[in-house]
Design a protein around this ligand. Structure first.
Ligand code: GCU
Length: 388
């Protein structure tokens, strides 16, 4: 790698705080333009994945790990009989006890065939996701609208992200040690951080879901809020079995452009959360123009699969306009692959979703995953994957 970005996207100067424009997803590092889908799949896409691995998230190990699956609970009449609820414990590692992840799955009983599923990690444990009344309004703030999603024909699968890897700057716990060489105590400079581990966890939960005949293998949508939105996008970029990806307020390190330096910056995020990325990413603090990548290219790695980006008006830390631009400048890759990109060149008004294959909304309010957001994710999945 030369470190010199040769292809530049034409971006209004006012949109970026660093010189040099944005790296062009359709120009290879040696300056070769990408003119055909074959060049994208065979050359540019692997090159970009490699850059995100080495410069930002660190490399995810490909070594298979032993997994044990234990069904802990099953109830066929959850949510007033509308859903089957399962808790499945996945244990990773040779003795099956090193790291355990409890996956909570709700599947619609009314489905006539395999159901599409939203898969999202949660922050506070599975109990918080399903807390509160299951019928009607007044959901506690952190609960998810499980009944509403089931009603629309979607299953919902979740696990607590800290089951996969605790969110602390300590690499002695979680899944990282499963992959260490003898004597190793933390990942190397270009090996995965916590976001990479959470993304890996999403793929392992997907492995499990794909064994369930009641899950439609072609319609598993990975969703994530905030730091888990970063993980969801990285999971979908690496694992093409995810049919669609949803970024909710993912901000810096998610879909917001780093070169804007609006809200959270590379300096801020790597200072407060050094364990999220590989150490190399921190070296770009205050020199974002030297990054060979930016976050529109993370979105582009999911193409041509649908991506839905959700922002919130008062979530300045996540830079809503930067999130919009992350989608907008991924569009050329969608077009090259023969599908529509983000059908808006201006950020839309509040609560006016852009329903294109690369979709977007900004709603009033702050940093949160709300019922409104979930309804729009289901609208996007209905439209682009087929209504259940
Ligand atoms: C912090 C962090 C963000 C992150 C957010 C969250 O605000 O700076 O990058 O997205 O936490 O996960 O809620």
């Amino acid at each position: 790698m030369t470190g010199i970005v040769t292809g530049r996207l034409d971006v209004p100067e006012a949109d970026l705080s660093v010189p040099g424009g944005l790296p062009d997803p359709l120009v290879c590092e040696d300056g070769t333009p990408v003119r055909t889908p074959e060049q994208w799949w065979e050359r540019r896409r692997p090159e970009l994945l490699d850059l995100f691995e080495r410069q930002m998230f660190g490399r995810t190990p490909s070594t298979p790990v032993e997994v044990r699956t234990q069904v802990v609970e099953v109830s066929e009449d959850a949510l007033s009989g509308r859903a089957t609820r399962q808790v499945v414990r996945l244990s990773f590692g040779p003795d099956g006890s090193s790291t355990t992840v409890d996956v909570l799955v709700h599947l619609p009983n009314a489905a006539s065939g395999p159901a599409p599923v939203f898969l999202a990690l949660n922050f506070r444990g599975n109990h918080a996701v399903e807390a509160g009344p299951t019928d009607g309004a007044d959901l506690p703030a952190k609960a998810w609208p499980l009944a509403a999603m089931i009603e629309r024909g979607y299953g919902v699968a979740t696990a607590c992200y800290e089951d996969v890897d605790p969110d602390v700057d300590d690499f002695g716990n979680g899944v990282h040690p499963l992959f260490y060489a003898a004597g190793q105590t933390r990942p190397g400079p270009q090996e995965w951080g916590a976001v990479g581990a959470w993304a890996w966890g999403l793929s392992r939960i997907l492995d499990h879901l794909l064994e369930n005949p009641r899950v439609d293998p072609n319609r598993v949508v990975v969703v994530g809020h905030s730091r888990l939105g970063k993980a969801a996008m990285w999971a979908a970029a690496q694992d093409q079995r995810f049919a669609m990806a949803v970024s909710n307020n993912s901000g810096c390190g998610g879909v917001a452009l780093s070169r804007r330096r609006v809200g959270e910056t590379v300096e801020a995020i790597t200072g407060r959360f050094p364990h999220w990325f590989c150490p190399t990413f921190a070296t770009y603090a205050n020199r974002e123009e030297a990054l060979p990548i930016d976050q529109h290219q993370l979105v582009a790695l999911v193409a041509p699969r649908p991506v839905y980006i959700a922002s919130a008006q008062d979530d300045g830390w996540a830079d809503p306009y930067g999130e919009f631009l992350g989608g907008r400048y991924a569009s050329p890759v969608y077009h090259l692959l023969g599908v529509e990109g983000l059908a808006a060149t201006e950020q839309p008004a509040l609560s006016e979703p852009v329903p294109s294959r690369l979709g977007y909304h900004i709603r009033p309010g702050g940093h949160a995953l709300t019922g409104y957001d979930w309804e729009r994710f289901a609208d996007a999945a209905d439209r682009h994957l087929g209504r259940p």
